[in-house]
Design a protein around this ligand. Structure first.
Ligand code: NAD
Ligand code: UFG
Length: 329
């Protein structure tokens, strides 16, 4: 039996492909390569170039292979773009989930692990954030992820489909040897943008606001390594295989780091001064987002390997230094 990794050519999906293979799983990938890279998927993995909104593509994959479970990473995931083009997000994210759940029903696939996001919470009521806290997304991206979670809940009540929804906080880092990593052609994430400075691609990093009510005035986030995220997916799948019930789990380190602390860690790792410019606040940025991940640790037995920011950033640096232009496809 194989697992189908939808969006397996993307940043987080490609690390999952490798981690699932490391655990002895047979992996099949479907990806439309809109933001993913064919070169991020090993040649010995069966790869379907296609869109999950096309039910015929999914039926073909489910018919041609013996598939036990779906790991679902496909999404548009730019918060700012989602505010400007909300329907693009509901089309790809929500319609993608409908199409996938319909195909799973048609083909009797009963397990799905889903990439959700801290964006489902919106402005948090308290820190650290628990899975049971209020969900009030402040942008269409977060709303689409919350709708997708709710769709899985209602479908699982009615049909024999069990799900685990993993709400990631800030994912960062790369495969340890730097052979695969983050390559978003339109990059918004802090760690790759900081590392563009020592790469000579930008003169400085702009800090979006230093007047937040935090220790150094810059925003606090919960950064978690992409391979630790991937290990959580393997644990979540085995949890469902062992009869675990459908559920939602936060994935974060539980520790908050400020933007300035991340820049200082990158200075240490890269040996570069990394000049800083203080800019305006980015609209919609909460001051602090930190996960309470006890539930994943207790129930899934998740235990992240990368605990310091230097550890996380040094893997990202290994990737960017060896692939300054990213993937070449
Ligand atoms: P990514 O853009 O690198 O990966 C998404 C992949 O899905 C890409 O390879 C893309 O080509 C593919 N895809 C998108 N729509 C598709 C469709 N309709 N059919 C087939 N393939 C399609 O993004 P990522 O950073 O790897 O994020 C993966 C998932 O994790 C997303 O669902 C995102 O919302 C979620 N997430 C990411 C973060 C983060 O910090 N990067 C945080 C929280 C949640
Ligand atoms: N930041 C800067 N300068 C930059 C880029 C980012 O100061 O050039 C700051 C941001 O203001 C924020 C922090 O660095 O305080 C992290 O920003 P990212 O864009 O890397 O990540 P976000 O916290 O905005 O986004 C993350 C996930 C999203 C998810 C969101 C939930 O990447 O998928 O959390 O709020 F939707």
């Amino acid at each position: 039996m194989a697992v189908l990794i939808c969006g397996g050519a993307g940043y987080i999906g490609s690390h999952n492909v490798r981690v699932f293979m490391k655990h002895g799983e047979e992996v099949i990938v479907v990806d439309n390569l809109v933001t993913g890279h064919r070169a991020s998927v090993p040649d010995n993995v069966k790869f379907y170039e296609g869109d999950i909104r096309n039910g015929e593509v999914l039926d073909k994959i489910f018919t041609e292979n013996k598939i036990d479970a779906v790991i679902h990473f496909c999404a548009c995931s730019l918060v700012g773009e989602s505010v400007e083009k909300p329907l693009k997000y509901f089309d790809n994210n929500v319609w993608g989930m409908i199409s996938l759940l319909e195909a799973m029903q048609r083909n009797n696939i009963d397990k799905i692990i889903f990439s959700s996001s801290a964006a489902t919470y919106g402005e948090p009521d308290r820190i650290p954030i628990l899975e049971s806290d209020n969900t009030n997304p402040t942008n269409p991206y977060g709303e689409s992820k919350l709708i997708m979670e709710k769709m899985m809940k209602w479908v699982s009540n009615q049909h024999k489909i069990n799900y685990v929804s993993l709400r990631y906080f800030n994912v960062a880092g790369a495969w340890k040897d730097g052979s695969i990593g983050e390559d978003h052609r339109y990059e918004t994430h802090l760690v790759p943008l900081i590392l563009q400075v020592p790469l000579g691609k930008r003169p400085h990093i702009t800090v979006y606001g230093d007047d937040y009510p935090t220790k150094d005035g810059t925003c606090i986030r919960d950064y978690v390594h992409v391979c630790d995220i991937a290990e959580a997916h393997v644990l979540a799948l085995n949890y469902l295989r062992n009869g675990g019930k459908s559920d939602i789990f936060n994935l974060g380190s539980g520790d908050g780091y400020s933007v300035m602390e991340m820049i200082n860690a990158a200075r240490k790792v890269s040996g570069h001064a990394i000049p800083v410019e203080i800019g305006a606040r980015r609209p919609g940025d909460p001051a602090r987002l930190v996960a309470d991940s006890h539930k994943a640790r207790e129930i899934l037995k998740w235990s992240p390997e990368y605990v310091t920011m230097e550890d996380i950033i040094s893997t990202a640096w290994a990737w960017h230094k060896s692939h300054p232009q990213g993937y070449t496809d």
